[in-house]
Design a protein around this ligand. Structure first.
Ligand code: SF4
Length: 540
């Protein structure tokens, strides 16, 4: 094994507190894989929570694997070293199960690169039963696993806290892979793509049928845990090498009370659940024995009923993801004094467009919250906007510029950092039928914003790369044929005999009757309800 790569892994381990080392003898060996770098993966509460959950089981040993950086990938390839886990340096092929935790569509090509570095055949149909079972969880498995269907043996559709132990009890009892998969079909939320046949219309390209085979259920019901205060997902390891350096992450809320029409998180994690105050306080106490930095996780923490009481706890340096622009946030801003930055997300520059996307905040809410943040001595106000939203016009783009200028004119204190991302329609949102704006137009609109605001004193504009937003769209909205495009993104070549039109997935307005690749997942919200909301949004 390559010494340089081992030393690097040992260095990361030496910086950690809380790492679990277990004797693998007689245990189920699970490699928990994050298809991006160490610092990103270690800042994911979901990833950490699953690491804790699995290692909490007596007969399981779970070790972590991350995507090596570019230089290390070259070293792996040059020395023909197989990808190995951090804790025991066991190669992936020597685990019983490889469990990927996937949060971002643009990480899909990394999954293939990691399997390739492990000398594990990419497609489940090409793997022998003696090779590890390859499975996937994380938010990307909740909403549309289809583009990855050929690569995985099974997916966890929904929150895994209960499903994972249920699956492992089946795993313990099954004597063959076939028996395991057959039995796992009965667990709610488990999706085994090999049990389904999908047919496409040869000319139009749309899905014409989706047929379950054998005992496979027609629909997969997304799993949701009822109470996040019971067995909470916890930070296990803290390290200065994580993106949120030495921060202990604690989940305060899961799901959101609001229903912004573009937002996947707001839909897929429904219903909104709050952690009990006493449980949260207990976790903060636990965190304090390790670090003074605590990151509170939740989609809209302004709505957490005990936010004020929690943020008033002394001796803890709290960090929160984002505040809702509303009067309610005033008292929270006061408690965040001394913080480097606080974010709010107006998303759109005009009231008209904010109504279209159902972002229920007014211009006055935005101006007032922005003023409180900057006047309150917080160094940077981060503002999040999207471009390319349904019905957006140049007037809405001008609206972003005017709104930011207004905030800047109202106070000269601090900095404004503007983050502009390209709208990507997501499954299970009312905009799932809507096409993306063309790349040319998105770039044009970005130029207008850059020109309109720069160089304004105290304002900095950051934006995503539209090309990657477009890739994200193809992977989010794709069907099984998109697997070829993921391979192309991973290795630079399109597999032979395949011609997949990526525009088909993102630049076409779809209809209610079309079978969408993710229609087989039951989230509890009928498609017709989303469609009505879509029509309401885009009505002139
Ligand atoms: S954008 Fe924020 S407030 Fe709106 S639904 Fe999503 S998480 Fe909730």
């Amino acid at each position: 094994m390559n010494q340089k790569l081992i030393e690097k892994a040992d260095y990361l381990l030496s910086r950690e507190s809380g790492t679990v080392f277990k004797d693998p003898g007689g245990k189920i060996r699970i490699a928990l894989v994050y298809p991006n770098g160490y610092s990103v993966g270690m800042s994911s509460l979901g990833f950490q929570g699953i690491y804790g959950l699995l290692n909490g089981l007596q007969d399981v040993v779970c070790e972590r694997v991350f995507l090596p950086d570019r230089e290390d990938i070259a070293e792996y390839e040059r020395t023909r070293t197989e990808l190995f886990s951090l804790e025991s340096k066991r190669t992936l092929a020597r685990f019983d199960i490889i469990a990927f935790s996937v949060s971002f569509e643009n990480d899909y090509p990394n999954i293939l690169k990691m399997l390739d570095l492990s000398r594990i055949p990419l497609r489940s149909s090409e793997r022998a039963d003696s090779q590890p079972l390859v499975m996937m969880g994380g938010v990307c498995a909740f909403f549309n696993p289809e583009p990855l269907a050929e690569f995985f043996d099974l997916f966890f559709v929904g929150e895994a806290e209960e499903m994972l132990p249920e699956f492992l009890s089946v795993y313990r009892q099954a004597s063959t892979r076939e028996e395991l998969l057959e039995t796992a079909l009965r667990i709610e939320g488990i999706y085994i793509p090999g049990f389904y046949d999908v047919a496409y219309d040869g000319e139009r390209g749309e899905i014409v049928s989706r047929r379950p085979l054998g005992n496979a259920p027609d629909k997969i019901t997304k799993r949701t845990v009822s109470d996040i205060s019971v067995n909470p997902m916890k930070t296990v390891i803290t390290t200065p090498e994580a993106e949120f350096s030495d921060m202990y992450l604690i989940e305060a809320m899961r799901g959101c009370l609001w229903s912004c029409r573009f937002c996947l998180a707001g839909r897929i994690y429904k219903p909104a659940r709050k952690k009990e105050l006493e449980v949260l306080k207990g976790e903060i106490e636990e965190a304090r024995s390790r670090t003074h930095r605590v990151g509170l996780i939740g989609p809209s923490l302004t709505d957490y009923p005990h936010a004020e009481e929690v943020l008033s706890i002394e001796g803890v340096d709290f960090s929160i993801t984002s505040l809702r622009a509303s009067k309610k946030s005033g008292s929270l801003v006061a408690l965040l004094q001394g913080h480097k930055s606080v974010s709010i997300a107006p998303e759109a520059g005009t009231q008209r467009l904010r109504n279209v996307i159902n972002k229920k905040i007014s211009e006055e809410d935005i101006l007032q919250t922005a003023r409180m943040i900057l006047e309150g001595g917080i160094e940077t106000l981060r503002l999040y906007f999207m471009i390319g939203l349904p019905t957006e016009t140049r007037e809405d783009i001008e609206g972003i510029i005017e709104l930011v200028k207004k905030i800047r004119e109202e106070t000269r204190r601090g900095f404004i950092s503007l983050s502009v991302s390209t709208f990507v329609p997501k499954p299970f949102t009312p905009f799932q039928w809507h096409p993306m704006e063309s790349l040319k137009e998105v770039k044009e609109r970005l130029k207008i914003i850059m020109k309109g605001l720069g160089p304004s004193k105290g304002v900095k504009v950051f934006h995503d790369v539209p090309k990657y937003a477009y890739q994200q769209g193809v992977f989010a909205l794709g069907d099984r044929r998109v697997s070829r495009l993921i391979e192309r993104a991973a290795f630079g070549i399109l597999p032979e005999g395949t011609a997949v039109d990526d525009k088909f997935y993102v630049f076409r307005r779809k209809g209610l009757d079309e079978i969408l690749p993710w229609d087989f997942i039951d989230t509890g919200v009928p498609k017709e309800t989303l469609w009505e909301e879509y029509l309401k949004a885009v009505a002139p």
